[in-house]
Design a protein around this ligand. Structure first.
Ligand code: ADP
Length: 382
């Protein structure tokens, strides 16, 4: 029996998601989620959560001890400048991922625990780290550097790393396929609009700019994150508002974005409230869309010529209202959305641009687990 299955583990700060994929036909054999780690009613810690994942797989007859399991792929949020490719995990690699914890204090420790537990359970199996930052490693210095004192930036690793890289990689490649082209033949803007949201500019399959920065806080308006903000707001809140660093961190990451503007972070609820004439919901939507348009314009200029704008993730795949508003009136840039195509609900990759549109507009469901599984399987097979 040959080993053709890959387990993908996504150990987040308070949850562990898993999928078991059969790589010969990309079938999903099992998937699940252990939530509320460390919270009331949840499991105690990540070690406990991974034991539960292991037990669920065993109960489904797909235990980690299966000889058909070829490898385990781990999503790792921050690869810094060290990791620009999926990487086979060794003790030395794990130590380097640990050294990056200061850049991602919430995420990398959870990822590391996932790796440690999986390695303890199956020390014989190849384990692969797939980094959220890796796809953005090709961004040129002009776009990656912040205009601050060089010595300070270098000492503390302050530069734009970007995140959601596996999604941007998968979706930009799938969009080229939808257009009947090779990734190397097209320039695309990918708008990953989930609870977290980011934009990327991809030239010929190579990422050249992205909206997230040192951390996932920069860029687009998100469910609970502010996105771009004048950094002096932080000093103002410290000096005038008397807030400390942790309070401001929580404000900008957890109490801002759509939630901060209108009290709801789910675009479906915002849509319902807008239909009822709720002005705060309308303003939240307008701020969200305005920021998106800014990035579409900026990244169109970065790319010079644009072949496609691609929407993905929860909001991007499902909200026709956001897609229509984000690209309304951009016929001057060659971007025209077809309202009938845009209104169609589907879980398949599809074009929503008008025949007259020079630039294609597409909706492509993202699949980060499949992307991680492919990278993992490729490395595991050598
Ligand atoms: P995550 O970043 O947590 O992976 P997702 O990509 O699953 O998030 O996106 C979640 C968000 O997608 C929800 O918060 C919600 O705002 C939005 N969403 C999901 N379904 C719809 C829908 N039918 N219409 C509008 N927005 C939706």
């Amino acid at each position: 029996m040959s080993a053709t299955r890959v387990l993908v583990l996504n150990s987040g700060s308070s949850s562990v998601k898993y999928q078991l994929l059969e790589m010969t036909d990309h079938r999903r054999l099992a998937s699940g989620l252990v939530e509320r780690i460390g919270e009331d009613g949840g499991v105690a810690d990540h070690t406990e959560a991974l034991r539960q994942v292991s037990a669920e797989l065993t109960a489904a007859g797909l235990g980690l001890d299966s000889p058909q399991l070829a490898a385990v792929g781990h999503r790792v949020v921050h690869g810094g400048t060290d990791f620009t490719e999926p990487t086979l995990i060794t003790d030395a690699v794990l130590a380097r991922i640990e050294a990056l914890v200061p850049l991602a204090p919430l995420h990398n420790p959870a990822n590391i625990t996932g790796i440690e537990v999986a390695r303890a359970l199956r020390p014989d199996l190849p384990q692969v780290a797939v980094f959220d930052t890796a796809f953005h490693a090709t961004i040129p210095e002009a776009a990656a550097r912040y205009a601050i004192d060089t010595a300070t930036a270098e000492r503390f690793g302050i530069r734009r790393y970007g995140f959601h890289g596996t999604s941007h990689a998968y979706v930009s490649r799938a969009a080229a396929g939808l257009l009947g082209k090779e990734p190397s033949e097209v320039n695309v803007i990918v708008l990953h609009l989930g609870n977290g949201a980011s934009a990327s500019a991809v030239r010929g399959g190579v990422c050249v700019d992205t909206s997230m920065g040192l951390t996932p806080l920069e860029g687009l308006v998100m469910g609970t994150r502010s996105g771009d903000i004048d950094p002096a707001v932080v000093f103002h809140l410290q000096r005038v508002g008397g807030m400390d660093t942790d309070e401001i961190d929580t404000l900008l990451n957890k109490r801002s974005g759509l939630l901060g503007l209108c009290g709801a972070n789910d675009m479906r609820e915002i849509g319902r409230r807008m239909a009822d004439g709720d002005e705060r919901a309308q303003l939240a939507f307008d701020v969200y869309v305005h920021r998106l348009r800014r990035y579409v314009g900026a990244f169109t200029a970065v790319l010079g010529t644009l072949d496609a704008v691609v929407f993905t993730a929860g909001v991007g795949e499902n909200s026709a209202a956001v897609r229509a508003a984000a690209l309304a009136g951009l016929d001057g840039l060659g971007i025209v959305v077809d309202p009938v195509r845009n209104a169609v609900r589907s879980s398949s990759a599809r074009l929503i641009s008008a025949e007259s549109s020079r630039v294609s507009v597409a909706v492509v469901p993202t699949d980060e687990e499949l992307e991680i599984a492919r990278d993992t399987y490729a490395l595991a097979r050598g």
